[in-house]
Design a protein around this ligand. Structure first.
Ligand code: AMP
Length: 178
C-alpha cells in the first residue's frame, strides 16, 4: 500500500486485511512500538530509519507470518534499496509481490489530515520532510514495479473512508481475478 503521509494507508490496509484475512504489516507501526529511543528520534525528524534497522524489523516480521498467510505491507518499501531487498527476501520465503495499491491524495489534503491527527511526527516541519521524501524517493518505485511486471493500481484516496475503501477493494478484486 503506497501513498503520501496522511493518505490513509494504515486505515485502508487494515480494512483490507480484515476483509481478506491478510496480515497487516505496517513498518511505521512496528517502529512506533519499538523501545529504542534512537528509532523514535529518527521518526520524530521525519527521516527514514536505516536500511540495516529496517531489514531486521521487516525480516523478523515476515519470519513470524506462516507461509500460507498473505501480507499487506503498509509503508514498506520506501526506497529502491528496500524494494530490492524485499524482492530478494520474498524469493527466499516463496512469496511474491502481487499487487501495488497507490492511494492518490493531493498534498493540500494530506496536510489538512495530518494537522488533525496529532501524532508525534505530524508537526509542520516533519510533514514537509516526509512528504518530500515520499515524492522524491518512494513514488518512483511505482514505475520500478511496473517495469518488473507487477500490477500497480492507482486509487483516488480522497473522500470518506468508506468511499475510498470501496474503490480500493474494487481495484484489489479486479487484480485478484487476473
Ligand atoms: P508511517 O507510519 O508509514 O507514516 O511511518 C512513520 C515513520 O516511520 C516514517 O516517517 C519513518 O521515519 C519511519 N518508517 C516507516 N516505514 C519506514 C521504512 N520503510 N523505511 C524507513 N523508515 C520508515
Amino acid at each position: 500500500m503506497f501513498g503520501p503521509p496522511g493518505a490513509g494507508k494504515g486505515t485502508q490496509a487494515q480494512l483490507l486485511a480484515k476483509k481478506h484475512s491478510w496480515r497487516w504489516l505496517s513498518t511505521g507501526q512496528l517502529l512506533r512500538d519499538s523501545d529504542d529511543p534512537r528509532i523514535h528520534a529518527i521518526m520524530k525528524s521525519g527521516a527514514l530509519v536505516s536500511d540495516d534497522d529496517m531489514n531486521i524489523v521487516v525480516g523478523n516480521a515476515l519470519a513470524g507470518i506462516p507461509s500460507g498467510v498473505d501480507v499487506i505491507m503498509d509503508g514498506y518499501p520506501r526506497i529502491p534499496e528496500q524494494a530490492k531487498w524485499l524482492i530478494k527476501k520474498n524469493k527466499e520465503l516463496g512469496r511474491r509481490i502481487d499487487t501495488v495499491i497507490s492511494l492518490v491524495v493531493s498534498d493540500e489534503e494530506t496536510f489538512k489530515r495530518l494537522n488533525g491527527r496529532g501524532r508525534a511526527d505530524d508537526t509542520p516541519e516533519t510533514m514537509n520532510v516526509r512528504s518530500k521524501l515520499y515524492h522524491q524517493k518512494t513514488e518512483p518505485l511505482l514505475s520500478l514495479f511496473e517495469r518488473e511486471g507487477i500490477a500497480v493500481v492507482r486509487v483516488n484516496g480522497e473522500g470518506s473512508v468508506e468511499e475510498i475503501y470501496e474503490r480500493v477493494d474494487r481495484a484489489v478484486q479486479s487484480c485478484l481475478q487476473k
